[in-house]
Each structure stands twice: as C-alpha cells, then as structure tokens.
Design a protein around this ligand. Structure first.
Ligand code: GDP
Length: 203
C-alpha cells in the first residue's frame, strides 16, 4: 500500500514562453510533457488535488507557455513544471519550429529539474514525438518515465496489453493513470518524491 499524499497548498508561480523569463528554480522540479490533449492538465490537477490549478480542455496548441506550479506537502515543498503540449498538426510552422528550441533549452539548462514525466494516451500508444523526446532526454542524461493516461478508457485486458506494449517500446518504467478513478495517483506521488530525494511518509 502506498500512502495517500496530502497537498496542503498548490499555486501557480510563473509562465513564460522564453526560458530566461522564468524565475530561477527554488525547489526540486518535476516536469510533465506530452502531446496536446493527452490529459496533462487533468493529471497535474489530480496530483495537486485541485480542480482548476491548470485549465483543462483548452484549444490544443494554445498553451505555448512553460508553467511552474508550487506544491506544499506536509513536510516538504516542490515544483511541477507544465511543458507545452506538442504534436498539434494545426500549429503554424513557426510555432512548431519554436517548440523544440525552447523545450530543449529548458530541459538542458534547468538546474532544478529532477526528471521528466512523459505522458502517453493509452489508446494512442507511443508516437514519434514521444520517442524523440525520450531519446533526447536520454541523450542529455535527464531521467524520464512514462505515465500512461486515461487508462479508464480501456477494459482490463486491453489496458494491460496497451501498457505492456508502451513499456516494451519505451524501455523504461511506465505508470498507468486515470484521473476519473485516481488509478496511479499514489504510486506517481511516491515516484515523484523519490525523484526529488524526498522520502515519502510511511504507509
Ligand atoms: P492536455 O491538453 O494534455 O492538458 O489535456 P486535458 O487535461 O485538457 O485533457 C484532455 C481531455 O481528456 C479532457 O476532455 C479531459 O477531460 C480528458 N481526460 C484527461 N484525463 C482523463 C482520464 O484519466 N480519463 C478520462 N476518461 N478522460 C480524461
């Protein structure tokens, strides 16, 4: 059994479209990445136990900002970084071209960053953009894990198959998650605290 995480406070800190416009890191940071509509905003809200910390269901591609959120737990504090969703076809060429350098710059240079959670929709599986990001993170020695979102959308059998396929392809630890049933929340919190070198409370 993994202990249930209490989030005492969760608040928006900053948003920017350029890395040098972000405040310097003050706490350990875990970043969330994934294709537009993968369920990233919903997952951050679910982890933070807030309905509207991040706005969900936005026009895909509209959020081009890196956003930072600060969370206070019982004994500790850390930051979540919401990276802009990628892979939205209707984006203009210049917008698509600017995604890479901004995110790559952030991932390479952000000294507070402990790990990146790459979100993958259970029904879509790992796609080219996800693979490229995972390869890039490996190449710069940033730890990464895959969170498989919306697992409630598949029955138990299909879910297991899909998660196993993603795990095999991604070649790293994979955590299934659903915001509707809270599957995976306690496990993901445990992982996040480990990544931030914070020991989770005993269960
Ligand atoms: P984002 O673009 O990656 O931030 O995705 P959102 O969090 O806005 O979610 C996109 C859509 O997927 C919304 O309609 C959400 O309600 C839905 N969604 C997100 N997570 C889940 C989930 O775990 N289960 C189900 N059934 N729907 C989800």
């Amino acid at each position: 059994m993994v202990a249930r995480m209490e989030v005492h406070d969760a608040k928006f800190v900053a948003a920017a479209t350029k890395n040098d416009a972000l405040p310097p890191p003050m706490f350990a940071e875990v970043a969330f990445a994934g294709r537009s509509n993968v369920g990233k905003s919903s997952l951050i809200n679910s982890m933070a136990r807030r309905n509207k910390l991040v706005r969900t269901g936005q026009t895909p591609g509209l959020t081009r900002h890196i956003q930072i959120f600060h969370l206070k737990l019982r004994d500790t504090e850390l930051d979540f970084v919401d990276l802009p969703g990628y892979g939205y076809a209707a984006r203009s060429k210049s917008e698509r071209a600017s995604w890479g350098p901004m995110i790559e710059g952030f991932l390479k240079e952000r000294v507070g960053l402990r790990a990146v959670l790459v979100l993958v929709d259970v029904r879509r599986g790992l796609e080219d953009d996800d693979r490229q990001l995972l390869d890039f993170l490996d190449s710069i020695d940033v730890r990464s894990f895959v969170v498989v979102t919306k697992v409630d959308k598949l029955g138990a059998n299909d879910r297991r198959k899909a998660v196993t396929a993603i795990e095999r392809e991604a070649g790293r630890r994979v955590l299934p998650y659903s915001v509707t049933s809270n599957v995976g929340r306690d496990e993901l919190w445990k992982l996040v605290l480990e990544l931030c070198h914070i020991v989770p409370p005993a269960s």
